[in-house]
Structure formats: structure tokens, C-alpha cells
Design a protein. Structure first.
Length: 725
């Protein structure tokens, strides 16, 4: 028969005697506490002296250097400490403790028998296998890389800054498999093109979505203005502010970001001051790089302009196979009073070397970091200056960023990130293969031409026609020196990003995150050309102001829980997105007063006014679930539904899911020592898409005025008012 313990009768008292049970429990607890206090008071000193002892020691690595912050724990107890700045420790432990445990990140843990020793000298070796790599995935979720059912490439911030570059994408070249990065033009500051796993569309630029600390950033490779490449916005980011970059390659990886992520996602995490070291710190970096043109295109300098030995000066051909130079051949040349012998000139033979110059780049960055128990922050300033290898070409950048987190309570934190990136240039080189390109003009100068007439600013213009008729060696070509100085394309671009985030852990394993994300870009571009320019005989002046703004209001519920052999991670939330884009462009191709570059100086009928405005809203709901089994099998499921304002009202909603599976074979079976990871993965994703604003019906487009009459035309392309996603 089962015996009934005494406390079972006590607990099962009738309800009407409940007060008796509570009173008895109170008396029992009070009496026990008084008894234990008396024993402790009477014998505490003797116990402390007879049953405890102090152990000391030093912990170093294999090279004898002290290890700071090594955890030292008396096994079987809760008593422990960490090593100080000299790698030393002192710990009071129960006398009957037999083993000390030593552990340190990246090093093999050790267990040391105490015996009769009281002093220990411990040498720790680095672990052969490091910690599992953790990467940032969609929505800023941290995951172990090996558990993902899709491909994610990562680059550490330190690897991006080994050699200063004009663009953070330049620093990424060759560092992630499956990612192709190219520059549209070989000048610092030109647009960078990034394609993940090849081009997926013939109608778009195939650029991935860039997300910086959760803020989607507008980026396009099509930033040409009057045949000059002004660079894309992602190039304005300061590489020194980047802690890490993750590239989500597959559609499953990017499903939570919607249709904008059809070409992949690049997640950029900036430095926030968090880390192992506590307190305040300052870091300063400075570099100076010289660009020296070392190889030029080969040109012949033995024969004059012409064909088959005949001197033909104003022909359309580019051949330089006329009469032999320095051979007594007499001919009339442009800008000469009388015929003269065709001779070679030293300044022509070295015309490429004389035109190009040594460029330089100077980069300075200073950052202030603070890391404390309840808060961490980082404030940084960056400056980038570049002088190009072509005359009068430059690029300037200024960056300021603030990023920090404060724990208001144990379960409530606030994160604020803001950055301001400014990029500007007094002149960007012409990239189009036309008569305006100085790099092309310098190559097509005839070998018989004396370049001193064209390189000297005092002889750029014909006598008594300054600012009206330029001195040129051939009618169809501009003077490259004059064009570099006076035919300029300048710009000033300001990019601002802001994130305000509140994280609240309102229950065990449950967290709610709310954040406001804003990205804004404003750019002003100006192009001017003097009188007597090929294709623009009376000069021109163009000015364009463009702006882009995106706002996101986002809320996410997160749940993390372990159930035996199963790990569950779930996220659900919604986003309200608003996009605004504006462009104002005014131009004239007929300057009344030479050298006066204003729109009001445009001749009658030559001024063109254009402007563009678009607005777009997208509301979204999304969810993500990740299930892991014994750290071996992982299943990821995502779902998203968007409602877009650019689609017909009855067709605005579209849904797209994704699923991915990852199986770690090396965790299931014994593998050879040379196999560190063996994984099988599979994925499926479906992505919906909307359209740009104002694609449901045709609209009028206004052209240049025809005298006093306005001109407008309707788009010839038919639109579908019942368009479906």
C-alpha cells in the first residue's frame, strides 16, 4: 500500500480551514529563518575560515601573452570570476572543490584539478573550430549561417577598408561568390553596377535592394546627366561606418522584402559602439593615395593627317597616314598665316602624358565609441577628397553618422540611427563617345599639330573673339583643354537616413519591435557649355533638381522558444510604405550673352521647362517561421501580402510565399576530418510585382514651345486600366 506523507494531509485540508494552513506555513517559515540566522551568526566565522580557501593564478595564451576576461568557475558551484588586464585572477571557493573550469571565446576550455595547489599558471590554446558564424538575414534577424536554406554571402567591415575606395561596392569586388560588380566608367565616383547571380531582366538595371540598418535606400545605375555619370547613391555611404554586409542571393532569402528584392538584397549593418570593451574610445584613420597614369594608348607620330600619303586636313576620316613628317612637305594648316613644313612636335608626341596628370585621394575618418552597461553609441565624421587624373575633375564627400542604443528598463530599449552623406563635384568627366569627350579629342589630334596653342588658356579663343570663337585644330573637334575647364557638369547630392526603433520584451520569449525608417535623397546637377561648342554653337545651360523620399512605419512581433529537440523562431508584422519622387529640369541651348550661365539668359523659344512628380503607397503584412530539429534540419516558411496604390483598386492585393529546407549532413553522420560542412538545401519562392505610378492610363507630355504655341502629345503606348499584379 502506498504510504501517505505527512504533508499530503496538510496540503489537502478542507477549504474552510484554509486560513489554518496559511497561518501554519507562516509560523514554519518564520521559525526556520530565525533558526538559520542564529546558526549563521554563531558559526559563520568558523565555517568561512575552515571550509573555504582562496586560489590565485594567471592565464596566458600559447605565446605567453595574458588573456583578459577569461571565465574562471569552481565546478559544481556558482562561484566564479574573470581575469583582469594582466590575465590574473583570485577566487574564494569551498574547500572541497575539486575542479576549476577555464573558458574563453575562441579558445579550448580547460578543466584543472585543484588538489593541494593554491596557485595556477594556465596556458590556453586557440580552438581548432571557431564559433558558428552568425549572419544578418531579412528584417534584421540573426541566424546561424549553416542553418539557412538559401545562400548568404558576408563581408566584414575591416575587409572593406583595407584599401580606401571611392565606393563601398568597389571594396566588395571579388569577395562574395556569385556577385558581379563593375563600374560603368573608369573614373572614381562613377556608378557601380552590382548583379547577383546574373541578370534576371532585360528591362531593368537588375540592381539588388540595399537596406542599411533596416532602412531601404534608393539606388540606381542610371544617374547620367548630359553625358556625365554622377554616380549612384550607395557610393556615398562611408565604408568606415560599416560593421558587416550580408548579401541575400536567393528569392527565398529576399521574399520578406517584397518585389523590390527580386534581384536580391544587400543588408548593411553599421557600427554602433557595442563590443567587448567597456568605456569610451576614439579611433582615427587617415590615408593618402596617388593615382599615376602608367599606360597610354599607342599612337604613331611619324606621319601627318591624311590618307595614302596625301595631306587631307578637314576630312571626316581619323587616319593619320598622310605625308611623312620632318621630310620637307609644305602645307597650309589651320591657325597659320602661310603654308609651312609639316614637322613633329615634342608636345604632340607626349600629348597624352601632358594632358593627364597625377591624381590623388585623401580619406580621413574619426569615430567616438561608447559602450556601457545600459547604453552604447558611436558618432563618426568622414571626409573624402579626390583629384582626378583628368584636368579639373574632382570628387568630395562628407559623412556624419550617429548610432546608439539605450536600455530604458530590463525589457525596453530604444535605438536611434541617423546619417548624413554629402557628395559633390565641380566637374564630372563626359562619358559619351562623342565630339564632346576630351579623352577622345586628345587622341584624334593630328601628329603635325603644335599643342602649345591649345594648352595655353591665353590662346583658347581667337583674337578679338574671346568667349565667342574657340581656337581648334579641326572644325569638327573641340579643344580638349578648353572643354575640361569651361564645359563642366557639376552636382551636389545629399542623402539622409533615419531610424527610430523601440524594442519591448513584454513576455518571456515574446518581443515587439516598432520602428520608423526614412531615407531621403536630394540632388542638384548643372551642365554648362560655352559658345562655339560642337553641336552647341551658342552654348547651353541645364539645371536639374531631383528628390526621392521613402518612409516606412513597421511593427514586428517576434517569438523564440526551444521545445526539447525543436527550436522555433517566428516573426509577424506589417509595414506602411510611402514613396515620393520629384524632378524639375530647365534648359536652354541658346545663350544670348556668351559666358552668362542662367536660364533667364536663354534666347526666345530655346528654354524648355519640364517637371515630374510621382507618389506611391504600399501596405504590407508578412510572416516568417523557422523550425529547427536537433540543430540538423531547418525549415523556413515566409509569406507576404502587399496592397499597392499603383494597381487598379480591385487588383491591388497580391500574395507571395516562400519555403526553404536545410539539412546538415555532417551533423547526422560521421564525416572525414577534412569535411567541415556538408549541407543539402532546397527552396521555393513566388514573388509578385506592381508597376510604377501612372501606368494605368495615358497622359499628355509637353514638349518645347512652337513659337507662342504650346505643344503637347499623348503617349503612343496603350495602357491597361485592368492591370493585374
Amino acid at each position: 500500500m502506498k504510504k501517505k506523507r505527512f504533508y499530503e494531509d496538510f496540503v489537502n485540508l478542507p477549504r474552510n480551514t484554509m486560513w489554518v494552513r496559511q497561518l501554519c506555513l507562516l509560523i514554519l517559515i518564520t521559525t526556520s529563518a530565525m533558526f538559520l540566522s542564529t546558526i549563521s551568526y554563531a558559526q559563520g566565522t568558523n565555517i568561512g575560515q575552515s571550509q573555504q580557501k582562496t586560489v590565485t593564478g594567471e592565464v596566458t595564451d600559447t605565446e605567453g601573452l595574458p588573456l583578459i576576461g577569461v571565465a574562471v568557475l569552481a565546478k559544481g558551484t556558482s562561484q566564479g570570476t574573470v581575469t583582469n588586464l594582466d590575465g590574473e585572477f583570485s577566487l574564494t571557493i569551498p574547500r572541497d572543490t575539486e575542479i576549476l573550469n577555464f573558458s574563453y571565446i575562441g579558445y579550448q576550455p580547460q578543466e584543472v584539478m585543484i588538489g593541494s595547489q593554491s596557485t595556477f599558471n594556465i596556458t590556453m590554446s586557440e580552438a581548432a573550430v571557431g564559433l558558428k558564424e552568425v549572419v544578418i538575414t531579412a528584417l534584421g534577424i540573426s541566424r546561424e549561417k549553416e542553418s539557412l536554406g538559401y545562400s548568404v554571402g558576408t563581408v566584414d567591415g575591416e575587409d572593406l577598408n583595407r584599401t580606401p575606395q571611392a565606393s563601398v561596392l568597389s571594396s566588395m569586388q571579388g569577395k562574395i561568390a556569385g556577385v558581379q560588380i563593375s563600374q560603368t566608367y573608369g573614373v572614381k565616383g562613377s556608378s557601380m553596377n552590382m548583379v547577383i547571380r546574373g541578370a534576371s531582366s532585360l528591362n531593368s538595371d537588375n540592381q539588388p535592394l540595399f537596406v542599411i540598418d533596416g532602412v531601404p535606400v534608393y539606388n540606381s545605375t542610371d544617374n547620367l546627366f548630359n553625358q556625365a555619370d554622377l554616380g549612384n547613391a550607395i557610393s556615398d555611404i562611408n565604408p568606415e561606418d560599416i560593421a558587416s554586409m550580408s548579401v541575400l542571393k536567393g528569392p527565398s532569402a529576399a521574399a520578406l522584402y517584397g518585389s523590390r528584392a527580386a534581384n536580391g538584397v544587400v543588408l548593411i549593418t553599421t557600427k554602433s559602439g557595442s563590443g567587448k570593451e567597456k568605456g569610451l574610445g576614439v579611433d582615427f584613420n587617415s590615408s593618402f593615395i596617388v593615382d599615376n597614369p602608367y599606360q597610354y594608348l599607342p599612337v604613331q607620330n611619324e606621319f601627318a593627317s591624311g590618307q595614302e600619303g596625301a595631306f587631307v586636313f578637314e576630312n571626316d576620316a581619323y587616319e593619320f597616314w598622310g605625308p611623312k613628317l620632318d621630310n620637307g612637305f609644305i602645307a597650309q594648316q589651320r591657325n597659320q598665316d602661310s603654308p609651312a613644313e609639316l614637322i613633329s612636335h615634342e608636345n604632340n608626341i607626349n600629348r597624352q602624358q601632358n594632358f593627364y596628370q597625377n591624381g590623388w585621394t585623401q580619406v580621413n575618418n574619426v569615430g567616438v565609441n561608447g559602450n556601457y552597461d545600459k547604453a552604447n553609441f558611436r558618432v563618426s565624421l568622414g571626409n573624402y577628397l579626390n583629384k582626378g587624373i583628368m584636368p579639373n575633375v574632382d570628387l568630395k564627400k562628407n559623412n556624419i553618422s550617429v548610432n546608439g542604443t539605450m536600455n530604458l528598463t530590463d525589457n525596453l530599449e530604444v535605438t536611434v540611427m541617423t546619417s548624413l552623406n554629402e557628395s559633390s563635384s565641380g566637374n564630372r568627366p563626359n562619358t559619351y563617345r562623342s565630339f564632346l569627350t576630351p579623352t577622345r579629342a586628345i587622341l584624334t589630334v593630328g601628329p603635325q599639330v603644335d599643342m602649345s596653342l591649345y594648352s595655353n588658356p591665353e590662346t583658347w579663343w581667337m583674337p578679338n573673339q574671346e568667349g565667342i570663337v574657340q581656337t581648334r585644330w579641326k572644325e569638327r573637334w573641340n579643344n580638349p583643354y578648353l572643354m575640361q575647364e569651361l564645359a563642366t557638369t557639376s552636382f551636389d547630392r545629399i542623402q539622409a537616413m533615419t531610424k527610430i526603433q523601440i524594442g519591448w520584451e513584454f513576455a518571456k520569449d515574446l518581443r515587439f519591435t516598432a520602428r520608423y525608417l526614412r531615407s531621403q535623397l536630394n540632388q542638384r546637377a548643372v551642365n554648362q557649355r560655352p559658345w562655339d561648342t560642337v553641336d552647341s554653337r551658342k552654348g547651353n545651360y541645364d539645371i536639374q533638381n531631383s528628390g526621392f523620399r521613402e518612409q516606412n512605419w513597421e511593427g514586428i512581433f517576434s517569438y523564440n522558444k526551444t521545445f526539447g529537440d525543436f527550436d522555433l523562431q517566428a516573426n509577424a508584422g506589417g509595414t506602411l510604405r510611402y514613396n515620393y519622387q520629384e524632378n524639375i529640369h530647365n534648359s536652354t541651348t541658346n545663350l544670348v550673352i556668351p559666358g552668362l550661365y542662367t536660364i533667364s539668359n536663354g534666347g526666345p523659344g530655346s528654354v524648355i521647362y519640364t517637371n515630374f512628380l510621382s507618389k506611391k503607397k504600399v501596405n504590407s503584412l508578412f510572416g516568417q517561421t523557422s523550425i529547427g530539429y536537433k540543430n540538423t534540419v531547418y525549415l523556413d516558411l515566409t509569406a507576404r501580402n502587399d496592397w499597392s496604390s499603383t494597381l487598379p483598386k480591385e487588383n491591388r492585393s497580391y500574395f507571395y510565399p516562400s519555403a526553404s529546407l536545410s539539412v546538415l549532413v555532417n551533423e547526422m553522420f560521421a564525416m572525414p576530418a577534412w569535411v567541415s560542412l556538408a549541407k543539402i538545401r532546397a527552396g521555393y519562392a513566388q514573388v509578385g510585382n506592381d508597376v510604377d505610378p501612372y501606368q494605368l492610363q495615358r497622359y499628355y507630355n509637353f514638349g518645347a514651345d512652337w513659337g507662342d504655341t504650346k505643344r503637347a502629345s499623348i503617349d503612343k503606348v496603350a495602357k491597361n486600366a485592368q492591370l493585374k499584379p
